[in-house]
Design a protein around this ligand. Sequence first.
Ligand SMILES: Cc1cc2nc3c(=O)[nH]c(=O)nc-3n(C[C@H](O)[C@H](O)[C@H](O)COP(=O)(O)OP(=O)(O)OC[C@H]3O[C@@H](n4cnc5c(N)ncnc54)[C@H](O)[C@@H]3O)c2cc1C
Length: 317
Amino acid sequence: MGRILIIAEQFRGQLRSSAGELASAAAQIGGEFDAAVFGPGAADAAQQLGAYGPGRVLAVDCGCEHSGDGFAAAVSDTVASGGYEFVILMQTAFGRDLGARLAARLDAAWINDVIGLEGSGSEIVAKKPLYAGKVISHVKFNTSGLKVLSLRPRNFDAVAAGDGSAAVEQLGSGTECKARCTALEPKEAGYIDLKDADIIVSGGRGIGNAEGYSVIRDFANEVGAAMGASRAIVDAGWIDHSYQVGQTGKVVNPQLYIAAGISGAIQHLAGMQTSKVIVAINNTESAPIFKVADYGIVGDMFEVLPELAKQIKAARQ
Ligand SMILES: Cc1cc2nc3c(=O)[nH]c(=O)nc-3n(C[C@H](O)[C@H](O)[C@H](O)COP(=O)(O)OP(=O)(O)OC[C@H]3O[C@@H](n4cnc5c(N)ncnc54)[C@H](O)[C@@H]3O)c2cc1C
């Protein structure tokens, strides 16, 4: 079997914890693996990546914040000539962009949105959800060439980093980036990305109006949660689309998902029903969200959420 390349993600030199999920998938496929990391801070993140035990680590920095075409161009020759059979990355905005570009450049097969793997080696079978999670398809590669897998975040048990290190090779200088991101503006102070969050609190039409979202924001600030939303309040213009969870929003998989004032439409469930623990707060006892909830609270979210935040803070002390 050929080698495996995992493509980890980092921000400003801090490796994202999904590196452990990528290493876990590589371990299941088996064989030797290498690792790569991209963007400003790649050199620092590459040092942390070495602790997962790769043979070699590539730090790819083209001198800009982000460039999909530049990153793909910078690494594709190395992937093509490095004896790789698999490239594994995350099913994130970054991973979807780079995975698709690499697959196209290198004429590779690509299975996306993978939630599990069966077997090992070249014959691996990938499991991916279809029809908003109603069906799990089993997909097998039908090529002896390069294979790309992108993993839905938080579906693989992360391998813990060891204390090893690997030699870091620098790539990317002199790459011509056709489109380059030159700066990033933070969204709002304390913003936690939905993909990285252990706890998510989402609000739906039950918030009543745009100002009502403050009950979600206050709760999130109190307990350190990321904020989400149903499409109803995004469509109403009460909150930005980047907060939307669901079939046409983000797919999340936190330890704890709190749905407040959300009825539980199938399109919303498609984005959150794999969360480890689901708590629903709704003032209507017959709301469908209670069918998927581990814990249901029938009540007014404007009373329940502040009280819940108080209880969580007290329990943490
Ligand atoms: C193609 C397509 C794609 C879609 N994609 C998505 C998607 O990605 N994500 C998504 O969310 N939706 C999506 N939808 C929309 C989806 O079908 C629902 O319309 C939407 O999820 C409803 O949002 P909601 O639960 O906030 O609103 P509602 O269905 O109106 O529910 C509001 C709930 O709040 C409760 N409530 C009211 N006041 C209070 C209070 N004070 N305290 C507690 N509870 C209260 C009510 O009992 C009710 O259950 C999609 C639809 C289509 C057709």
